[in-house]
Design a protein around this ligand. Structure first.
Ligand SMILES: [Zn+2]
Length: 396
């Protein structure tokens, strides 16, 4: 597992005690509900440098599960967190920093990977990478997934990229500058308050997310970048609704509510206090389990390609989607991919009906469209009317 790219602090302890939990979910649930030892305040630390530990988030099981499934299987198709302010949505996303898995990262500006050649042939990569490949040089190196946050004031040019002005002046050459979407390749792209983002920007992001790449054209030059990322969006519905076509693009949808339980609220308060007083101490308190969770996620990712969905499990699920009146094919794609990730986290190689059940609410909610239901029933009415008129015409 150790590679030369790792920072030194991650290669230290070798004798790690195997955690006593059978599954990643057991680990997360156990650590989330244990109470915290008293914290010694430490002065002069920047809290934002050290995220609140993921495992220290109290309650919010479905939100945590959705984020973990997204890390295990990027094909779940993005995660949308819907809820009021102060429900730890942003904290939860940022807390993923310590458990992000490793991926093969392209060494090239355009994001070329050896697997692109395996699937699309030598023309699927840029000329430089084609040459490197022919010479047997590596096109990628292992690297940790990064968390890329889209600023709310981002312009379309920042998102997709623009002309590199500096290069144009100094080298009398035109090159398209990499945008945030290209930087998000093989990473996690987080957009807070996605419902407040301008339509053109959201459309560009969703198109890139759907295709896994995008092309920028500026006059005579064009460039195509890979953009295979897990999109995480959060929104407060009180501050503006989300367009239905955007909602449709998110595979997992979590309604995040405040904690109901008094004891949980108190524990959440204590942990925030402990974190603010001593963020490093907090990271140490949860260090061992955080490391164990990160390893579990990595091995679940390795397990994922082996996880199959039997027909006899899939067919009744599709029937249920139809029965619910959900038209979007994305519903069952996300449902099945989330269930595969869920089975992978349990180190199994077959999806069971129980796996489907466990992830059904987050994949199927907010899928039924009132508009489409009314549209189809009015269409039916029109057809009945038309047939009646045609019948009368025949009788004359
Ligand atoms: Zn390349």
């Amino acid at each position: 597992m150790t590679t030369p790219e790792l920072p030194p602090e991650e290669t230290e302890p070798k004798e790690r005690v195997a955690h006593p939990f059978r599954t990643l979910r057991e680990l997360v649930d156990f650590v989330s509900s244990k109470s915290l030892p008293p914290a010694e305040p430490e002065e002069g630390l920047r809290t934002e440098a050290l995220p609140f530990p993921f495992l220290a988030i109290v309650g919010q099981k479905e939100m945590k599960l959705a984020l973990l499934l997204g890390l295990i299987n990027p094909s779940v198709g993005g995660i949308l967190l819907v809820g009021p302010r102060g429900t730890a949505k942003t904290t939860a996303v940022r807390s993923l920093l310590d458990i992000l898995p490793k991926v093969d990262r392209s060494l090239c500006y355009y994001g070329c990977l050896p697997e692109d050649i395996e699937t699309g042939g030598i023309d699927a990569v840029c000329p430089d990478c084609a040459k490197k490949y022919a010479e047997g040089q590596p096109l990628s190196a292992p690297d940790r997934v990064r968390l890329v946050e889209l600023p709310l004031n981002a312009r379309l040019e920042d998102v997709v990229g623009g002309i590199d002005e500096r290069l144009a002046v100094t080298h009398e050459r035109l090159r398209v500058r990499r945008g945030i979407l290209a930087q998000a390749d093989r990473n996690l792209l987080y957009i807070d308050e996605i419902n407040l983002l301008a339509d053109d920007i959201v459309d560009a992001i969703l198109d890139a997310a759907a295709q896994g790449s995008y092309t920028v054209r500026r006059g005579p030059i064009s460039a195509t970048y890979h953009a295979r990322f897990v999109l995480v969006g959060s929104m407060n519905p009180e501050e503006g609704r989300l367009r239905p076509q955007i909602l449709d693009r998110f595979g997992l949808r979590v309604i995040v509510r405040g904690l109901d339980d008094l004891a949980e609220r108190l524990e959440a308060y204590r942990r925030v206090q402990a974190y603010l007083a001593n963020p490093r101490g907090m990271a140490v308190t949860y260090g061992e389990e955080t490391l164990a969770a990160a390893e579990e996620i990595q091995s679940a990712r390795a397990q994922l390609p082996k996880v199959l969905l039997p027909d006899k499990v899939a067919k009744p699920a599709i029937k249920l989607v139809q029965k619910m009146g959900i038209d979007s094919l994305r519903a069952e794609i996300s449902w099945f991919e989330a269930a595969r990730a869920y089975a992978a986290a349990d180190a199994r190689d077959k999806v069971t009906p129980e796996d489907l059940q466990a992830v059904a609410p987050m994949t199927l909610r907010l899928r039924r469209s009132q508009f489409m239901a009314e549209y189809f029933s009015s269409q039916e009415g029109e057809e009945v009317e038309m047939n009646t008129l045609l019948d009368r015409l025949k009788r004359k």
